[in-house]
Design a protein around this ligand. Structure first.
Ligand SMILES: Cc1cc2nc3c(=O)[nH]c(=O)nc-3n(C[C@H](O)[C@H](O)[C@H](O)COP(=O)(O)OP(=O)(O)OC[C@H]3O[C@@H](n4cnc5c(N)ncnc54)[C@H](O)[C@@H]3O)c2cc1C
Ligand SMILES: NC(=O)c1ccc[n+]([C@@H]2O[C@H](COP(=O)([O-])OP(=O)(O)OC[C@H]3O[C@@H](n4cnc5c(N)ncnc54)[C@H](OP(=O)(O)O)[C@@H]3O)[C@@H](O)[C@H]2O)c1
Length: 439
């Protein structure tokens, strides 16, 4: 009997786990990849910025893994809704949870929930066409936007706000999103870091792209860019600081939009009565290596505040969860014999797509070593039978391909790029020839 493994989540971690399981030759394996959405690839489809087409092309690699014999994709199947941990334990020799990090981290400051205060998770989901966020969720009717955080997600969000709709026309952004971007009133974007340029989390390649925007002048204040010696710092950090100092010496050339990159300012309140009117910030400084407030405050007027301060995993019912780190406690991927974890749910929401490959490989080594040390009895039930009893008809890989085909057709009919995302579950299910949601 081949080993039967369920992987929950079809992002990079899930698919690299499937690859590591099928690539090894010690044990014949059958893998089911379960995914709550009708579509695979997690954040590669619903996170990676639409204008980063070369990174998005990694989906081609993930696709080849999903098409390997012994691997099955079951979309529209959600752990906690259609199936339980006990179901999976009964139906498989081992289960690997790879459900990523779906929600935003909170800043816990007053005004965070005012209309116009937006989590980057929602904004990214919107422009990526994620079915959880309606296509008309945002209108960009504010002239000033503050983006909190200086990581790579903040850089993505800033770039999408700064570019013109024409520049994004050949990407896969939904047509409705392209319309909202065409109507954008945004003139000034303030990107705000609570520490200095040398502490920013963005990477050099991504930062440089902001300096090459055709539609926006970029500026940094010389006093915030600093002039301290950075020659001892890593090449990556030195590069960031040098780029930012270069921008501090630039003169605006009158492009339609302005990007102001700010440092040493920590958010203390999002202000406004019925909706966001601005953000109050306290200037910070280093004291004994720690960032402290200086008691000097500044308010930036903004009709929209985009909080890009990190993603966070959510607990899965029946799976242990450490609330403090928002990860699943594990040892080299093992939660308990028979139950494993990989990807952002295992190590937190950091790292690029490739990081999940070695991470998944570690988890698979642990899983195989456990099963070799203590063989388990063959599973007593079949997931397909459990799902059928509950009236759940998973989206098959072939049906996913028909969603892809419909997206390519939409792009052709609109005269746009390779694909245009379908928005909403109903449109995706219609592309599969189904009328109803899976359940
Ligand atoms: C906005 C953004 C942009 C990024 N851009 C880049 C980039 O350009 N380059 C790069 O290298 N890295 C990028 N990253 C990082 C990269 O996307 C992550 O490292 C990677 O996606 C994490 O993989 P994962 O499989 O752990 O999680 P995810 O990719 O989030 O996949 C998790 C999957 O699990 C599914 N799921 C969740 N809950 C359930 C459930 N209960 N039942 C069934 N399925 C479930 C989800 O729908 C999802 O498909 C970006 C990250 C973000 C947030
Ligand atoms: N092109 C790419 O390769 C790409 C694109 C997107 C994402 N990613 C990856 O995906 C991962 C997640 O990216 P991310 O940008 O979400 O997270 P991140 O890299 O952790 O950056 C989060 C940012 O938010 C700031 N922050 C956190 N809490 C804050 C608070 N309370 N107030 C103000 N600022 C706060 C952090 O500042 P402190 O440092 O001071 O905490 C940091 O600047 C990263 O590993 C990233 O590299 C990669």
């Amino acid at each position: 009997m081949p080993l039967r493994v369920a992987i929950v989540g079809s992002g990079p971690a899930g698919i690299y786990t499937a690859e590591a399981l099928t690539k090894q030759s010690a044990e014949p394996v059958e893998v089911d990849v379960l995914e709550r959405l009708p579509t695979p690839y997690g954040l590669v489809r619903y996170g990676v910025a639409p204008d980063h087409t070369s990174i998005k092309s990694i989906a081609g690699y993930l696709r080849r893994v999903l098409e390997q014999p012994g691997i099955r994709f079951l979309g529209g199947v959600e752990l906690g809704r259609h199936i339980t941990v006990d179901d999976l334990r009964a139906a498989y020799d081992a289960v690997v949870y790879c459900t990523g990090a779906m929600v935003d981290r909170r800043m816990n400051i007053p005004g965070e929930d005012l209309p116009g205060s937006v989590a980057a998770t929602d904004f990214v989901n919107w422009y990526c066409g994620h079915p959880d966020v309606p296509a008309d969720a945002f209108t960009l009717d504010s002239t000033e936007v503050a983006v909190i955080g200086v990581g790579n997600v903040a850089v993505d969000v800033v770039r999408i706000l700064a570019k013109t709709a024409a520049e994004l026309r050949t990407t896969d952004v939904p047509e409705e999103v392209l319309g909202a971007l065409a109507d954008s009133q945004v003139k000034a974007i303030h990107m705000i870091g609570r520490r200095g340029p040398e502490h920013a989390k963005f990477t050099l390649k991504e930062l440089r792209e902001l300096g090459e925007l055709a539609n926006a002048d970029v500026s940094v204040r010389p006093d915030e860019a600093g002039d301290n010696d950075v020659s001892e710092l890593s090449r990556q950090i030195r590069g960031n600081v040098e780029v930012l100092r270069g921008w501090a010496a630039r003169t605006p050339v009158g492009r339609p939009r302005r990007l102001d990159v700010r440092f040493w300012l920590r958010p203390v309140e999002i202000i406004g009565t019925d909706r966001v009117e601005g953000i109050r910030l306290e200037r910070t400084a280093l004291s004994d290596g720690r960032v402290v407030g200086t008691g000097v405050f500044e308010t930036i007027p903004a009709g929209m505040v985009l909080r890009s301060v990190g993603y966070q995993s959510v607990p899965l019912p029946g799976v242990p969860f450490d609330e403090r780190s928002a990860t699943v406690p594990n040892t080299a991927g093992r939660i308990a014999p028979g139950q494993y974890v990989a990807g952002w749910l295992k190590r937190g929401p950091t790292g690029v797509i490739g990081t999940n490959k070695s991470d998944a490989a570690e988890t698979v080594r642990t899983l195989l070593a456990d099963l070799a040390a203590e063989p388990v009895a063959p599973p007593a039930v079949r997931l397909d039978d459990l799902l059928a009893e509950r009236g759940v008809r998973p989206i098959t890989y072939a049906e996913w391909l028909s969603i892809e085909a419909a997206e390519a057709e939409r792009a052709r009919s609109l005269g746009r790029g390779e694909r245009v995302k379908l928005v909403g579950l109903a449109a995706m299910l219609a592309a599969c020839g189904r009328e109803q949601a899976p359940a």
